[in-house]
Design a protein. Structure first.
Length: 269
């Protein structure tokens, strides 16, 4: 790399000397007819290709934005596709004087699930035998940064507990906020009715697909990411060790290991 850098500086110095001699002999108008060196021609080709790739990426982002904002159109007649499941207030809670308060919390912590079976059974295997169990569904749990964005007031925050959750892929226990009284809500299953579909533009989708095929076929994704984002995506985990072979106690002091064990005991208590 140092050798290439020195040769580039030498070429630039030679070009400056040549320009001075041409200006002395023919005047400043001769610079518009200057013939570029071979290295400059190659560099201009690379720079022109990079500019084309950046323009293509801008067009791709703009086309995708237009496709996502085409809007919806009604589907006549509506069709049913499976079943949907979500939480609602219990009957006794819905008629109480606190119904409006808990309904506001439910809008922020509700979760939705879909299944082609009305009973939401999923297949499991144990000891070589297959059996069906009900698909679990829980209320939404928030990380610390998510909880701050929900804009809960002081009264609503009293119904959330802060617990420590340990994930194997994380280096330390993470904090989550869990709703304290989930018994206030029950699951309800209803038909999943589709009464509208997204508007589609076939010419727009054909152009998007053409750009994707061009970048994928020529393996220009890495070069595009380096030009636009400054580098390619790389996972933060170690590449030398597999996930199932990584030692969770590696490079951890004894005090930190004891703290994690204490946090796990308190979270499961």
């Amino acid at each position: 790399m140092k050798y290439r850098r020195n040769t580039w500086i030498i070429d630039q110095e030679k070009q400056i000397i040549m320009d001075k001699k041409l200006i002395q002999q023919f005047g400043t108008d001769i610079l518009c007819y200057r013939i570029r060196a071979a290295r400059q021609k190659v560099r201009m080709q690379y720079e022109d290709f990079d500019k084309q790739l950046i323009r293509l990426n801008k067009e791709y982002i703009e086309l995708r934005h237009r496709r996502n904002n085409l809007g919806w159109e009604p589907l006549i007649p509506p069709v049913q596709k499976g079943w949907k499941r979500f939480f609602v207030l219990r009957k006794d809670v819905a008629v109480s004087r606190h119904a409006e308060f808990f309904e506001g919390i439910l809008k922020k912590i509700n979760t939705y699930d879909w299944s082609y079976r009305k009973n939401f059974l999923v297949k499991r295997r144990k000891g070589g035998r297959k059996f069906y169990v009900t698909k679990p569904q829980k209320l939404r749990q928030f990380y610390e940064w998510e909880f701050k964005r929900q804009n809960f007031d002081d009264k609503e925050r009293q119904y959330f507990d802060m617990v420590y959750v340990y994930h194997r892929s994380h280096l330390q226990p993470t904090v989550k906020y869990v709703f304290r009284e989930p018994w206030l809500f029950v699951l309800q299953v209803r038909p999943n009715i589709i009464d509208k579909v997204k508007i589609r533009d076939h010419e727009l989708e054909a152009r998007i697909q053409k750009i994707e095929d061009y970048i994928e076929r020529n393996s220009y994704g890495g070069r595009r990411d380096k030009l636009v984002y400054g580098g390619t995506y790389r996972c933060c985990n170690d590449w030398d060790e597999r996930e199932d072979e990584r030692n969770p106690l590696k490079n951890k002091p004894l005090t930190r290991i004891l703290d994690e064990l204490r946090w796990n005991d308190t979270s499961h208590a």
